[in-house]
Design a protein around this ligand. Structure first.
Ligand code: ADP
Length: 414
């Protein structure tokens, strides 16, 4: 076609690595270079004269025809495909992706189009591989993220379990510690009891023995007065020993948490009568208990036995720690919610230094050591009263006297 310049064109076309295809206005191929022939699997110049459709996959023929007509009208150079993938068809019918740039030109008044074609199979394959790798990578990341999330969840629940286990262990440890502490305290109590029995029981027991022996000797009827004196001594001392034993028993019960309180409604005068009656037997020479006034109508809903125990403890102490011929006052007042018991004595009082320890178990004030006692009573009373919603306190001055005060709700609601 290019007659004179044939040689120049051949050199140019042959040196271009892209495929060059020239078609006329009817899409007949008028020129190809060696790259094109090779790319599409044709022998050299085999394509000349054939319709362009031989290089286009059949399914693209209809759209291609329309595009070509449009292009011939506009006569503008442009890239084929407008961003869509386009394909070439080899002689053997196989297809491959291409990129093609179109350049219209005129020669001798005729329209031609020169297409520059590049086989982009390798690039497309690489792109496909990259996309595939990316997808694989995403899948892997997704899987790993899921695995990580699962691990985090597992760790969290493990952590929760550990936390619970830890709590259980601490609770068990605390329980064991408490049980151990209780065991230690019970042992301590038993040791104390043994030392007390050997010390505190000796004197009353020998007193009882002496009185019993003497009783046997006073056989004449006119010796009744002496017999009575010894019977009184024996009764008192048995009473005393019995009190100590009771104190120890209630201590052990309190320690083991075995105390069950029995609530009932009772007249305050009933327990006061009982306590004062028993206390009268313990009074020293010339001592007097002043009975409280206006208590006939008062009653309590409390544990009657415990209230009796608390009151008798305070009155026995007042007797024990006051001299002959002293007066012990018992005052009782009640308002709408609580009742106050006051036991007032003019006895030896409690040294200021010892006052802070008075409710501690086994504690005995320095000035009380010559008087028999165990240091248990007030401790028990305090525990019981607090268990029943009450309170005990005191005011005391050494050598002047003491006032012990119990306040207790009129009606205990456990
Ligand atoms: P105990 O009288 O058997 O020693 P308590 O627990 O009843 O045990 O009392 C503890 C201590 O409180 C007594 O040893 C004594 O020092 C002191 N105390 C209690 N009541 C009085 C009181 N009314 N006057 C003086 N001291 C008292």
């Amino acid at each position: 076609m290019f007659n004179k310049e044939q040689d120049v064109f051949n050199v140019l076309l042959g040196s271009v690595s892209e495929g060059v295809i020239v078609v006329d206005a009817l899409q007949n191929i008028t020129e190809t270079n060696a790259s094109t022939d090779k790319m599409f699997g044709y022998d050299r110049r085999e394509l000349i004269g054939q319709h362009l459709n031989v290089l286009i996959p059949n399914n693209y023929h209809p759209t291609h025809a329309a595009h070509f007509t449009g292009f011939m009208k506009d006569q503008e150079r442009r890239q084929m495909g407008h961003g869509r993938d386009i394909f070439g068809k080899r002689k053997d019918g196989s297809t491959f992706p291409v990129e093609a740039g179109l350049n219209p030109f005129q020669l001798d008044g005729k329209n031609f189009v020169m297409a520059l074609v590049i086989d982009i199979s390798v690039r497309k394959e690489q792109e496909r591989k990259i996309t595939e790798l990316n997808a694989e990578l995403e899948l892997k990341i997704e899987k790993r993220t899921k695995e990580l999330n699962d691990s985090v969840l597992q760790l969290k629940s493990l952590n929760k379990e550990l936390h619970k286990e830890n709590k259980r262990r601490i609770e068990a440890e605390n329980k064991t510690k408490k049980a151990l502490q209780r065991e230690i305290e019970l042992n301590e109590l038993k040791t104390k009891f043994l030392s007390l029995v050997s010390h505190e029981f000796k004197t009353p027991l020998s007193g009882i023995l002496t009185s019993a022996m003497l009783l046997g000797k006073y056989q004449l009827s006119e010796q009744q007065e002496r017999r009575d004196k010894h019977i009184k001594t024996i009764t008192e001392k048995v009473h005393y020993l019995n009190n100590i034993l009771n104190d120890f028993l209630s201590l052990e019960k309190l320690e083991l948490g075995k105390v069950g309180y029995k609530l009932s409604n009772f007249k305050i005068s009933k327990i006061v009568n009982e306590v004062v009656y028993n206390a009268n037997m313990l009074l020293k020479e010339g001592q007097q208990i002043k009975y409280p006034e206006h208590i006939d109508d008062l009653s309590l809903t409390q544990d009657e036995k415990i209230m009796e125990l608390a009151l008798s403890n305070l009155i026995h102490n007042a007797i024990k720690y006051s001299p002959d011929h002293s007066i012990i006052n018992l005052e009782i007042k009640q308002n709408s919610t609580q009742t106050t018991f006051k036991v007032i004595d003019n006895g030896m009082g409690i040294p200021e230094n010892d006052q802070k320890n008075i409710f501690n178990r086994y504690f005995r004030a320095e000035n009380a050591l010559l008087t028999h006692g165990t240091g248990i009573g007030l401790n028990i009373v305090q525990t019981h009263l607090e268990n029943l919603g009450g309170h005990i306190s005191f005011e005391s001055e050494e050598n002047k006297g003491s006032t012990f005060t119990i306040t207790i709700p009129n009606q205990f609601n456990p």
